[in-house]
Unconditional design. Structure first.
Length: 143
């Protein structure tokens, strides 16, 4: 099992060192903010929804390797999905942390499931996902 853990660790470190979609989208765009008071992580997601599809997601902020990697992966995995598909993946991802089983997740996201061993780190992984989910839910309610 050690080689698999090493692979997962490398995926997380790569996303932390080389975050995908780091920066802010120019207007017009929407925003979601995430803050983990426990460890001080702060992230700002900017995203664009066109025809009920997440066309582009970017982020800025600072935090631990897990929060940065998780947010980087979020921007890659959700870009291009319609809102229903994005919502399903976000729910599936969050549910994977509440169960002690491996969900059917893309491999990069599955690497983050190792954080379940450290409950205090779960919030680091999930904070950007929850913030985006709340922003999208609020957007749906406004329409």
């Amino acid at each position: 099992m050690q080689p698999l853990n090493d692979l997962y660790r490398e995926v997380i470190l790569d996303h932390n060192r080389n975050p995908r979609n780091f920066g802010e989208l120019p207007p017009p765009c929407e925003h979601a903010e995430a803050h983990n008071a426990f460890c001080g992580d702060k992230l700002n997601l900017s995203f664009r929804v066109i025809d009920q599809r997440l066309e582009k997601l970017m982020f800025t902020g600072a935090g631990c390797a897990l929060s940065q990697a998780s947010t980087s992966m979020l921007t890659e995995q959700l870009a291009g999905l319609n809102l229903a598909e994005a919502s399903r993946l976000m729910q599936q991802f969050e549910q994977a942390f509440s169960k002690d089983e491996t969900a059917e997740l893309p491999s990069d996201l599955a690497a983050l499931l190792n954080a379940r061993q450290f409950p205090s780190r779960t919030d680091c992984v999930l904070m950007s996902w929850r913030a985006l989910g709340e922003a999208l839910q609020q957007r749906i309610q406004e329409v």
